[in-house]
Design a protein around this ligand. Structure first.
Ligand code: ADP
Ligand code: MG
Length: 673
């Protein structure tokens, strides 16, 4: 036996060179080789007939050799070997390229399995260089991620050797195996590589997926537990009802539930580390306001950070109006506040004269001191880095932290991205919203789209036309915001007040334009995705997006969220001439639903998790076999099992959990290296 943690070069048949190649494939130990799961399988168990509806399909044929093998030298160093093989439906020609060794083994009258693509036509069949195997060998063959220096076949034979010489310790506790009817690890490993039947393969897969998701979730629960620090922020009393009583509307039950979840954290004596996920317009700001109100009433300050200056100002405006009636003092702290003013504001914050500070990340990068900071909220978190989050958390005496995200992420993925946070979800919209009507059209319909926009403007509404970001030097016929603005304001929309908003304008210019738009002085705003996040103008009821193919699903969804925010029925028009299947699929999804979580699920399916998450998130383990789209049910089951397990043994110090603990450590360590 070889210990599973032995370096791979100690496996029989692995020399210096093979070890090097395997290392490059991520296989450093004998155990890691056993965990190097096949990427696909060849099905040699389902036998097809030579003459069936199988042209150009990959099939497995069981046929008897009915001719001698003939040799056909083609040119220098290339020889073809040909013979005929037959089953009851007829015969096919088989061609082998240059493999004399294989050709010599083929015996007239013997039966073989031929695996490969069926070629020919209705009267003639042939297979070119199929895989050929003795009858009776394994029905399902593994295909590995091979490299130029090592074929899938070689890997397969090394795995066979490893299976004979190594056993892996099973990280899953035996009561979990029993409860979820899972096979033990070594059976699963053997069957993931060389399954005798599809059923055994499925059982092995299920067990390994379960294990992977179990380890991941158990690891995150432990990380979360470790992060729970005792806070000196002491919140005893809850004033939520007092706050709610002044609102002109009733909160949705989702809003109330989430406020409750946060308040339970805040009153627990330990730091809150929570993420609120809520679709655009689900009313996250009011949840934040209710929490800040509670903090102030308990004698603490709160900080509220937005990703852009424009948003910070918007929040400041609405929050200070809301809090005025309680004599709660809000201050705005952003990069563009003048130095003199900044100092004044900072002094007031340090003295505790300000209760709520609203701003951009200037709040954290600056040397702002707080008198008594109790709660830090970051809005639209995906624009903030994790590092910034923790920087802010350091100000004050272990304040509570809350992150609000308007990018709906499938629950399963949220778990990995924000694995160290507790998650609350606002999955309900305020009553009385009419769903936004969405159309995807080609540019031949642009004129009609413009007429439709004018119709809205004539009724007193406002609108957006969003253009893609055009990088400098990008040589395309994309529509840029600046040019489009010029053209539209001079021609099509010359009788309207048209504004321009894009990322290269100064903060001051942007703010001015946004204010004019919010005040209704601008009818139509030609802009880039700077409007994507959070902008809240209830009178805006129409939005058109040019070159819609340039935007991902979540961006389109965020953009659409700029309308339909008030009582007016709103419309969204995506203009694109793209013929790409993927673009069409995206736009179809947008036209068929307004539900951000559904869109996120579809987005994940279209893009796959790697791309969905963008650049590899630091410190997150890679998944080898589990898949967040298709393995939802197992995610849930294994999550429950992991929770139960950690509750019973928080530090995994019981002997029956020793393997589990070691495996979690290995999983998370490898993600950090
Ligand atoms: P988001 O979750 O996108 O940040 P906001 O907090 O900006 O959403 O809320 C969107 C709009 O809906 C705001 O104008 C807000 O005042 C309003 N709103 C929030 N909650 C409710 C509610 N329960 N009933 C009616 N309107 C609400
Ligand atoms: Mg918001």
């Amino acid at each position: 036996m070889v210990p599973y943690l032995s370096e791979i070069r100690y496996l029989k048949g692995v020399g210096e060179k093979k070890a090097h190649t395997l290392n490059k494939l991520g296989v450093d130990t004998v155990g890691a080789l056993l965990r190097f799961y096949p990427r696909a399988y060849e099905d040699w168990g389902t036998i097809d007939e030579i003459y069936s509806d199988n042209l150009q399909k990959t099939v497995c044929i069981r046929a008897v050799v009915v001719s001698d093998v003939t040799e056909h030298p083609i040119r220098n160093k290339l020889t073809l070997y040909k013979f005929f093989a037959a089953d009851q439906s007829g015969r096919m020609q088989v061609t082998i390229y240059n493999n004399k060794y294989l050709a010599q083994k083929i015996a007239m009258g013997r039966e073989y399995l031929f695996y490969g693509k069926m070629d020919g036509n209705i009267i003639y069949r042939n297979m070119s260089s199929p895989e050929i195997s003795e009858v009776g060998s394994n029905a399902i063959k593994p295909i590995y991620h091979a490299s130029a220096n090592m074929s899938s076949k070689v890997i397969s034979s090394l795995v066979k050797t490893a299976l004979l010489n190594t056993q892996l310790p099973d990280p899953l506790p035996s009561d979990v195996l029993k409860e979820y009817n899972l096979c033990d690890l070594n059976t699963a490993i053997s069957n993931i590589h060389f399954p005798k039947t599809k059923e055994l393969l499925e059982r092995a897969r299920k067990r390994l997926i379960f294990e992977e998701l179990f380890l991941l979730q158990a690891g995150f629960i432990m990380l979360r537990n470790a992060k729970r620090t005792v806070t000196d922020v002491s919140v005893k009393n809850e004033y939520t009802n007092q706050f709610l009583s002044v609102l002109p509307f009733e909160l949705t039950s989702a809003q109330k539930r989430v406020i409750g979840e946060c308040m339970a954290d805040i009153k627990s004596g330990q730091c809150m580390n929570r993420l609120i996920q809520g679709d655009v317009g689900s009313g996250k700001t009011l949840v934040a306001a209710a929490l800040m109100f509670n903090m102030v009433k308990n004698g603490y300050q709160s900080a509220f950070m937005a990703p852009t200056e424009v948003l910070a100002q918007q929040h400041f405006k609405s929050l200070s109006a809301l809090f005025e009636q309680f004599s709660i003092k809000c201050a705005l702290l952003t990069g563009s506040v003048t130095a003199a003013n900044k100092n004044k504001i900072k002094t007031a914050i340090a003295n505790g004269e300000v209760d709520i500070v609203i701003g951009t990340h200037a709040i954290i990068t600056d040397d702002t001191l707080f008198d008594n900071l109790g709660l830090v909220i970051t809005d639209e978190q995906h624009r903030f880095g994790v590092a910034q989050r923790s920087l802010l958390a350091k100000k004050g005496n272990h304040p509570h932290t809350l992150v609000m995200s308007a990018t709906p992420i499938p629950r399963t993925l949220a778990l990995t991205i924000y694995g160290d946070l507790d998650i609350s979800i606002i999955d309900e919209y305020p009553k009385g919203r009419t769903p936004i009507e969405t159309y995807a059209v080609g540019s031949d319909k642009r004129q009609r789209a413009y007429n439709y926009i004018k119709k809205h403007l004539d009724e007193g509404r406002q609108g957006y036309i969003v253009c893609p970001l055009v990088e400098e030097g990008e040589n395309t016929d994309l529509i840029s915001a600046e040019e489009h603005y010029k053209k539209l304001s001079e021609n099509e929309f010359k009788n309207y007040s048209v504004g321009l908003l894009h990322g290269k304008m100064t903060a001051k210019e942007k703010t001015k334009i946004m204010r004019e738009f919010a005040d209704g002085q601008i009818d139509l705003l030609v802009c880039t995705t700077v409007v994507e996040v959070g902008i809240d103008v209830a009178n805006a009821a129409i939005l058109a997006v040019e070159n819609a193919e340039r935007f991902g699903l979540s961006a389109l969804h965020q953009l659409r969220g700029r309308v339909g925010r008030g009582k007016y029925k709103s419309t969204c028009i995506f203009i694109s001439d793209s013929e790409s299947k993927n673009t069409k699929a995206r736009l179809n999804i947008m036209c068929s639903t307004n539900d951000g979580f559904k869109i996120a699920d579809e987005d994940l399916k279209l893009r796959g998790p790697g791309d969905f998450l963008g650049k590899k998130q630091h410190g997150l383990p890679d998944l080898k076999i589990a898949d967040f789209v298709n393995d939802m049910q197992i995610v849930r089951a294994s999550g429950n099992a992991a929770k139960k397990c950690i509750i019973n043994d928080p530090s995994l110090s019981k002997p029956e959990n020793a393997n589990l603990k070691a495996e979690i450590r290995r999983m998370f360590l490898s993600a950090m290296s």
